[in-house]
Design a binder for this molecule. Structure first.
Ligand code: GLY
Length: 400
C-alpha cells in the first residue's frame, strides 16, 4: 500500500473521468501482443548492437547513431525490458555493454549539458544496477545525478532544462518533461544518503505543480522563472501548437511524472494533480483513444496522432492506478483506460515486419520544426513495452 502525506493542492479543475468502454486485459489477450512487440525488438538487435536508434525515424526507419542524443537510454531500457520478459542472455549482454557506453559518456561529458540525464541514466545504468547489481551502472548513475543536480538553480527553484547555465535565454527555464528526470535525483539520495538530490527534486516538483499546471488542468510545455528574484515570468511552448494549448506529450509527461513524483516525494497532492491531468487528457481523445499531437485537436482535425504520447500516458495511468487506495473505484477505471490505449496501439499502430525497424508508428517528435512527424519515436517504443510489462506483471518500474 502506498501511504502519501496530505499536502495543499493548487486550484486545478477536476473534470469527470470519461468511461473507457474497455475491460481489464487477460493474460490470453496480452501474451500475443507482448510476443509481437518482442519480435519487433528482436528485429532491431542486429542493427542496433553497436549503435543506437535515432530519436525518430525517417519513412519508418531509424538510422543508427552514436551515444550522443537525449534519447539513447530508451533503447537500452527496451533491451532491459526484453531481458526481463524473456530471460535471454543476449539482451543482458547487450545491456551490460550499453552501461559501459553510458559510463564513458557521463565521464567524458558527451552531450550531457541538459536535464535529460534522467531519461538517459535511469533506464540504462540505474536499471542495470537494480537488475544485475552493476557497480559500473551505479557509478555512472551517480555521475549523471551529480551533473543533473548542478543544473538546479536554488533561487528559481528549478532544474534548467537546456543549454549552458550562463545562457540568458535558457536560465530559469523549466519544462514539463523534466518530471521524468527527477527519479534519478531521488535514486541518488537513496543510494548515497545525501539529501541534496531529493531536496532539489522536491523543490522542482513543487514549482512544476504551481507553474506548469494551469487552472483548467492543462499544462504549459515550458515556463521561465527569474533567477535573480525567483519570481515566475511566463509560460510558453516549444513543441506544442501554441503557448496556451496543451502539447499532448507534455500532458502525458505530466500525468506520469506527477504520479511518480507522488510516490517518490510521498506527497498526496501530486497524485491528485496526476489524476486531474489524466482526466483532462482522456476527455480530449479522438474516438480510437489515441491522442492527436496537441490536445487542441480532436477527431475532426486532419492532423497526426502521437502514439508516443499515448504510450507514455498509458504508463502514467497505470502508475496512477497503483497509487490510488485499493477501495477507490477509479483505480480499476484508469487501468481499463490504459488497456484501451495499449490495445489500440497494438492493433493499429504497430510497425509491420517489412519496411520498418521500429515498434510503434505514427508518433510526432517536433511538429513546429517539422521533425519526425508521423514517424516512429524511440521513447514511444520504450513506453509501449513498459506499458505491456506493467499490464502483465507485478513489476517495479525502473523509475522507482
Ligand atoms: N523530452 C522531449 C520530447 O518529449 O520530445
Amino acid at each position: 500500500m502506498v501511504v502519501l502525506t496530505p499536502t495543499v493542492l493548487p486550484p486545478i479543475a477536476d473534470e469527470p473521468l470519461p468511461p473507457s468502454g474497455a475491460g481489464l486485459p487477460t493474460a490470453e489477450q496480452l501474451d500475443p501482443q507482448i510476443a509481437q512487440a518482442l519480435a519487433l525488438v528482436e528485429r532491431m538487435l542486429p542493427q542496433f548492437d553497436q549503435w543506437f536508434p535515432a530519436p525518430s525515424s525517417e519513412s519508418n526507419i531509424y538510422s543508427p547513431i552514436d551515444n550522443v542524443e537525449w534519447t539513447n537510454g530508451f533503447w537500452t531500457g527496451m533491451v532491459w525490458l526484453a531481458w526481463e520478459f524473456t530471460g535471454e542472455a543476449r539482451y543482458r549482454t547487450l545491456g551490460e555493454r550499453h552501461v559501459s557506453s553510458f559510463a564513458q559518456r557521463a565521464h567524458e561529458r558527451i552531450n550531457t549539458d541538459h536535464h535529460d540525464l534522467g531519461f538517459l541514466y535511469t533506464l540504462s545504468a540505474c536499471a542495470a544496477h537494480r537488475l544485475i547489481g552493476s557497480v559500473e551502472g551505479r557509478d555512472a548513475g551517480l555521475d549523471a545525478a551529480r551533473q543533473l543536480l548542478a543544473r538546479f538553480d536554488p533561487v528559481a527553484g528549478v532544474i534548467q532544462a537546456w543549454g549552458d547555465m550562463r545562457d540568458p535565454e535558457q536560465r530559469g527555464r523549466m519544462i514539463i518533461d523534466c518530471n521524468l528526470n527527477l527519479p534519478l535525483l531521488y535514486w541518488a539520495s537513496a543510494q548515497t544518503g545525501d539529501d541534496r538530490f531529493a531536496d532539489a527534486a522536491n523543490r522542482h516538483l513543487a514549482r512544476a505543480a504551481r507553474l506548469l499546471v494551469r487552472s483548467d488542468a492543462s499544462t504549459y510545455h515550458t515556463f521561465y522563472v527569474d533567477t535573480v528574484s525567483g519570481q515566475p515570468r511566463h509560460g510558453s511552448t516549444h513543441q506544442g501548437f501554441s503557448d496556451d494549448s496543451s502539447w499532448a506529450r507534455g500532458q502525458a509527461w505530466g500525468i506520469y511524472g506527477f504520479a511518480l513524483g507522488a510516490r517518490l516525494s510521498g506527497e498526496a497532492r501530486y497524485a491528485e494533480i496526476a489524476r486531474r491531468l489524466a482526466n483532462h487528457f482522456l476527455n480530449r481523445l479522438p474516438d480510437d483513444g489515441i491522442c492527436c499531437w496537441d490536445l487542441i485537436f480532436t477527431d475532426n482535425d486532419e492532423t497526426p496522432r502521437d502514439s508516443s504520447a499515448a504510450a507514455i500516458a498509458a504508463c502514467g495511468l497505470l502508475e496512477l492506478a497503483d497509487i490510488l487506495p485499493v477501495s477507490d473505484p477509479a483505480r480499476e477505471a484508469y487501468g481499463r483506460w490504459a488497456w484501451r490505449i495499449v490495445a489500440q496501439l497494438g492493433q493499429a499502430y504497430l510497425a509491420p515486419m517489412e519496411g520498418s525497424n521500429a515498434v510503434l508508428l505514427h508518433g510526432v517528435y517536433h511538429m513546429p520544426n517539422k521533425a519526425g512527424v508521423d514517424e516512429a519515436c524511440i521513447w514511444g517504443d520504450y513506453f509501449y513495452l513498459e506499458a505491456l510489462m506493467r499490464l502483465r506483471r507485478v513489476w517495479r518500474p525502473y523509475w522507482l
